[in-house]
Write a protein that binds this ligand. Structure first.
Ligand SMILES: CC(C)(COP(=O)(O)OP(=O)(O)OC[C@H]1O[C@@H](n2cnc3c(N)ncnc32)[C@H](O)[C@@H]1OP(=O)(O)O)[C@@H](O)C(=O)NCCC(=O)NCCS
Length: 166
């Protein structure tokens, strides 16, 4: 199992994943739900690839690396790593967002993928802890975080704010 950065070579599998991922599932947003393959190649893929080294983006935009979890030649999930915190991310979505394809859930991929994403994030993120946020009604994702050593640092009405020491 490995995380591979978004790339042109894997365009077809990445598109199939992205276009099928809901527009919003448990707070993980995906504005590219339902995009055609042509539009993905022309617009979406270059846009998502550019997020790692953004140019001409507003000041609030934090560089973000898109990676995909592969098991052999199957793309099973997506992990996005934001390179540092802003005030909005500190009290919001944190450093890492992720999902596992519906057909692959419940087999340990979320836990294994977050472990790999944490290893990558530790090389990028300057903060002492990796910040994560989870909806209170998403026990599977909370479990994925706890499996990776997360502790609860706070909560609001609908979220737990979790942290994993680097
Ligand atoms: C959350 C998500 C990534 C989990 O991925 P996954 O591959 O199914 O996760 P895993 O198989 O590694 O483990 C899930 C754990 O949650 C547990 N779990 C699953 N559903 C559960 C439920 N309804 N209640 C309690 N625990 C649950 C599993 O038993 C497993 O526990 P274990 O490690 O003790 O065996 C996946 O469901 C997903 O993509 N959801 C939609 C997007 C999303 O919610 N992203 C996270 C936003 S914070």
């Amino acid at each position: 199992m490995e995380l591979r950065k978004i790339c042109r070579e894997n365009a077809r599998a990445q598109w199939e994943y992205t276009t099928a991922l809901p527009a919003d599932e448990n707070g993980l947003t995906n504005p590219f739900h339902g995009v055609s393959y042509e539009a993905y190649l022309r617009d979406t893929l270059p846009t998502l690839m550019s997020y790692e080294h953004p140019v001409h983006m507003p000041d609030w935009f934090v560089p973000e690396t898109y990676t995909y979890l592969w098991d052999g030649d199957c793309l099973v999930g997506e992990f996005r790593i934001r390179h540092h915190l802003t005030e909005a991310l500190r009290t919001g979505a944190g450093h890492i967002g992720y999902s596992i394809g519906r057909n692959y859930r419940g087999r340990g991929y979320g836990t294994a993928g977050l472990r790999l994403a944490l290893a990558m994030a530790r090389e990028i993120v300057p903060e002492d802890e990796i910040y994560l946020r989870v909806n209170k009604d998403n026990p599977a994702s909370l479990k994925v975080m706890l499996n990776n050593g997360a502790y609860m640092a706070g909560e609001d009405e609908s979220h737990y704010f979790m942290r994993i020491p680097k």
